[in-house]
Design a protein around this ligand. Structure first.
Ligand code: TYD
Length: 139
């Protein structure tokens, strides 16, 4: 895993390409810096739609763009980073307490997210003011 800045953490998958195509791999403890308990796929996002717009209290995630492209906005309560995600082999680590939003999905985009926790709605912070309070509190 290559770390550029506190929030812009790249997760580089292993890549095995040859004349038969390309195989990308991520293993817990190697490319993925946590034990994977869950994955989900985001697809068929209509033009103009936004996903995310929340933070997690304790869940860590790694986000990959398997097909197409989108814009990822991450906000740690202090500063905002906006970046275009279009690499199939390099994802982003989304740590707890980072407000993240995805927008500008190109047609046919497929995103894969792996997480270190099972789904629990109570782990979400969906209101931005609540997120800022959580970041300030530090707990
Ligand atoms: P949500 O995380 O709000 O999606 P997004 O942030 O991309 O808009 O999830 C959408 C719905 O799917 C919501 O009703 C919760 C449900 N869901 C699960 O049941 N399990 C999961 O692992 C996830 C990520 C979502």
């Amino acid at each position: 895993m290559k770390t550029d800045m506190s929030r812009k953490k790249e997760v580089v998958l292993g890549s095995h390409g040859n004349s038969r195509g390309s195989l990308l791999v991520g293993e817990s403890g190697r490319e993925i810096p946590f034990l994977i308990k869950r994955f989900f796929v985001i697809k068929d996002v209509p033009s103009g739609a936004t996903r995310g717009a929340h933070a997690h209290k304790t869940t860590s995630q790694a986000l990959f763009c398997l097909c197409g492209s989108f814009t990822l906005i991450t906000d740690d309560g202090v500063s905002v980073i906006e970046e275009s995600i279009d690499s199939h082999s390099t994802g982003r680590l989304l740590l707890p307490k980072v407000w993240h939003t995805m927008k500008d999905f190109s047609k046919g985009t497929i995103a894969l997210v792996v997480a270190n926790k099972h789904y629990r709605e109570s782990d979400y912070v969906r209101d931005y003011e609540g997120f800022l309070r959580l970041v300030k509190k530090g707990t």
